[in-house]
Design a protein around this ligand. Structure first.
Ligand SMILES: Cc1cc2nc3c(=O)[nH]c(=O)nc-3n(C[C@H](O)[C@H](O)[C@H](O)COP(=O)(O)OP(=O)(O)OC[C@H]3O[C@@H](n4cnc5c(N)ncnc54)[C@H](O)[C@@H]3O)c2cc1C
Length: 392
């Protein structure tokens, strides 16, 4: 390998082109900062192409009283529907309640009322009970033992396309992205980092005043390459599998309950096919090697077959992604989904690391990261506002 130095100096160097890295790059460029992003593989090669593709408040987080997260996510949903109408659209969601479903109709009604309230009682926050006369038109949903079906609206997107669109927006504002370029390490020298990265067989360096670790499930690996090693959190990686079935759905998304353990499982129309997900299985090992376990595929297939008994259940594809959750010894399903930021010095951070989070909240997270990072940077003139800048 050959090493090349460069006189390039950036205000911010971002590691990882998932939705968080793309969002931070865009927010940095919008703030007028000189920003560089390094991505080892392709944009959205990690978790950001393996999500459930929902831009949502997260109805089920009401059960664990994560009201702040739901409120912020619903506000972000409204922003994304406005600035990215070609990428994020509202879709009807259906919640069928059977005699043996654990959540009773009153509980769903109460949850949806609170959801509407947290969504500012906007028009798209309305929900209704689907009349019995319409049940037969719900994509073959099983009606035996069915007590009620609730309908409300939430957002659906193409996660990888969203990442690419946010990156394109950042680049149009002057930011630089290097793909197939691995962040190899950084050392603090004086008032800036010497950043080392590998492009092909070449080791290159550049200088950056601040660093943002947006490497998702690789957050610890990247942290360990930084000298001095920054503060961080203890986390667990939890795998989430989706399966893809050949036949599509017509009427929207279904929010079902897995017969095996009562966890929520989404059944979603996706590019003419059907996605069913997800599972939550603790994972150890190389994040790049995560793949669905046969038991997870069967869990999702049999949940689908329970609710859509007349439909084909041949699995045409399956994949897994990794959630980054705080380590606290409880079941992954109950752990907080808030994004956590770690920084070395709150007054003038030189490094900020992003832990966990949601696709939905990427813009708000990116703005919070840049508000922190900007404290340690010279002031620059903002050139755009991510809240109004159109993407897609
Ligand atoms: C199964 C599942 C379903 C989900 N569903 C939803 C949903 O429906 N709605 C929602 O809002 N959220 C959802 N989420 C959460 C959301 O998908 C994630 O929070 C988000 O995608 C994380 O993005 P990220 O940018 O932090 O990480 P990633 O997308 O994983 O990006 C990290 C990037 O860093 C790169 N990288 C790593 N190491 C290096 C290095 N040394 N040098 C350079 N680059 C490096 C990787 O190649 C990768 O591209 C889901 C998560 C999972 C796991």
């Amino acid at each position: 390998m050959t090493a090349h130095g460069s006189n390039q100096a950036f205000d911010v160097a971002v590691v990882g082109a998932g939705i968080h890295g793309a969002g931070v790059l865009q927010a940095a460029a919008a703030g007028g900062f000189r920003a560089l992003l390094l991505e080892e593989r392709e944009p959205a090669a990690g978790t950001s192409s393996r999500s459930s593709k929902l831009v949502h408040g997260g109805l089920r987080y009401l059960e664990t009283f994560q009201l702040g997260l739901v409120k912020e996510s619903l506000a972000e949903r409204a922003t994304l529907l406005r600035i990215a109408p070609s990428l994020v659209r509202l879709v009807p969601f259906h919640i069928p309640i059977y005699r043996d479903t654990s959540r009773r109709p009153w509980k769903i009604r109460a949850g949806l009322s609170l959801y509407a309230l947290l969504g500012g009682l906007a028009r798209d926050a309305r929900f209704s009970r689907v009349p019995r006369s319409e049940w037969a038109s719900l994509d073959g949903l099983a009606t035996e033992g069915l007590d009620a079906v609730f309908r409300y609206f939430d957002g659906q997107t193409d996660d990888a396309a969203l990442v690419r669109a946010v990156l394109a927006s950042a680049e149009s504002l002057g930011a630089r992205t290097l793909v197939r370029t691995r962040f190899a390490g950084a050392t603090l020298e004086g008032d800036a980092w010497e950043v080392r990265y590998v492009e092909g067989t070449e080791v290159r360096t550049c200088r950056a005043r601040t660093l943002v670790n947006a490497s998702g499930p690789w957050v610890e690996d990247v942290r360990n390459r930084i000298d001095p090693r920054p503060l961080g959190f203890d986390v667990d990686l939890v795998g989430g599998t989706h399966i893809e079935l050949e036949e599509g759905l017509e009427r929207g998304i279904y929010y079902t309950e897995a017969p095996a353990d009562r966890r929520a499982v989404f059944v979603m129309p996706w590019k003419g096919r059907t996605l069913v997900g997800t599972t939550e299985t603790p994972y150890r090992g190389d994040p790049a090697a995560v793949k669905p376990l046969p038991a997870e595929i069967e869990y999702l297939r049999s949940t689908f077959a329970r609710y859509f008994p007349g439909r084909e259940t041949g699995v045409v594809a399956a994949w897994a992604g990794l959630r980054v959750l705080p380590r606290d010894g409880t079941t992954p399903f109950l752990r907080p989904r808030e994004t956590r930021l770690a920084c070395d010095d709150e007054r003038a951070p030189r490094i900020v690391s992003i832990y966990g989070g949601k696709l939905t909240g990427y813009r708000a997270t990116a703005e919070k990261v840049m508000a922190l990072v900007a404290r340690g940077l010279p002031s620059r003139k903002a050139v755009a506002d991510t809240k109004t800048l159109a993407i897609g």
